[in-house]
Design a protein around this ligand. Structure first.
Ligand SMILES: Nc1ncnc2c1ncn2[C@@H]1O[C@H](COP(=O)(O)OP(=O)(O)OP(=O)(O)O)[C@@H](O)[C@H]1O
Ligand SMILES: [Mg+2]
Length: 332
């Protein structure tokens, strides 16, 4: 495998106080689904906008498919596809007409365009709705159309900025399936941003956790989760005796604590250890009234690396959505 996106010390400063992307370096391997996970205002869209040449960096450099995002903007645009965070399809046109428009924009020859458009409409399951005006589409259908549009010129790298933002969970899962299928059947690299933990966890091969413009961790979801500790077995037990020390002595137990009348036991492999722990409790003549096994989550990883959970980060984010969308409209 070789790197298809190479980023070195990339920086974007909007003003004296707004350093949106702060000296980030990373690379994306060919064929990967690579995710940027972070709360509102973390710098995800700013990074995508720089990598797709919509925004000029204030420092550092990046290569996409070996092309310099600063010096070879036109070439970069031909090898990438972009599905931006805000919707871009034309409401008054049908899905199919929108696709033809996009094909023209990328100079896809008409004869070739027809085959590609029919294939793509099939891929995103919009064949039946293709001749309806987009204004009659649901949010999920629009997103699928945009996904198809982003693919019309057969890009090597597809950039998706929040591909499932605001969609219900069924539609979100369907979009993940389309993205996975795409990767299965084509040589394509996908770079996406998200603030959904499940999306980063379930869809991405590797995830960079981004906060305040910095990458604070980068690894596979599995490694990120395990880097912050193992599984947690919670037990409710009726026993006169405090069993904390007995539990700590069980081989494989990393830590045991009693909190709110429950024992919380940390272990690298909860599935294997749960029966052993239960036996240790029974051996003390105690009765177990409830057992729960929890695997580490990406939110715990987020908490570990940033000092706050994703939910708290979203609430205290310095990002004003309304101001941002006004700003986006002004820019158009
Ligand atoms: N055009 C702009 N001018 C000034 N500041 C900007 C501009 N675009 C973004 N910012 C600021 O840069 C920071 C990063 O914004 P960005 O849109 O990259 O975040 P994000 O991670 O994509 O957030 P979200 O999850 O809300 O989409 C924020 O503080 C934002 O207010
Ligand atoms: Mg964004």
């Amino acid at each position: 495998m070789s790197a298809i996106v190479e980023v070195e010390n990339l920086t974007k400063r909007f003003s004296e106080d707004v350093l949106a992307v702060d000296d980030i370096s990373f690379s994306v391997e060919e064929g990967e689904i690579f995710g940027f996970l972070g709360p509102n205002g973390a710098g995800k869209s700013t990074t995508i906008n720089m990598l797709t040449t919509l925004l000029k960096p204030t420092g550092g450099k990046a290569l996409v498919a070996g092309l310099d995002i600063d010096k070879q903007q036109d070439e970069v645009r031909h090898v990438i596809g972009l599905v931006p965070q805000d919707l871009t399809v034309d409401d008054e046109l049908s899905g199919r007409e929108n696709m033809y428009l996009q094909a023209d924009l990328y100079n896809v020859p008409r004869g070739e365009a027809k085959t590609r458009i029919e294939d793509l409409l099939k891929l995103v399951n919009l064949e039946d709705a293709a001749d309806r005006r987009v204004k009659t589409y649901s949010g999920g259908m629009r997103k699928r159309l945009e996904l198809a549009e982003g693919l019309i010129h057969r890009p090597q790298v597809l950039f998706l900025d929040e591909p499932t933002l605001g969609l219900d969970i069924q539609t979100r899962t369907a979009i993940w399936e389309y993205i996975r299928d795409l990767k299965k059947n084509n040589v394509i690299t996908v770079f996406l941003t998200t603030h959904y933990l499940e999306e980063a966890d379930g869809l991405c091969d590797r995830v960079a956790i981004i906060d305040h413009g910095k990458i604070v961790a980068l690894d596979t979801p599995e490694n990120l989760k395990h880097s912050v500790g193992g599984d947690v077995i919670s037990l409710e037990v009726t026993s006169e005796k405090d069993l904390t020390e007995d539990l700590k002595r069980v081989p494989g137990v990393m830590d045991a604590r009693k909190e709110d009348g429950q024992y919380r036991i940390k272990a690298a492999n909860g599935e294997e250890l749960t029966p052993v722990v239960l036996k240790a409790v029974w051996d003390q003549g105690a009765v177990v009234t409830s057992v729960n096994l929890a695997h580490p989550t990406l939110d715990q990883a987020f908490l570990e690396y940033t000092g706050r959970s994703m939910r708290d980060a979203e609430q205290t984010g310095n990002y004003d959505k309304v101001a941002a969308s006004r700003r986006a409209r002004r820019m158009h």
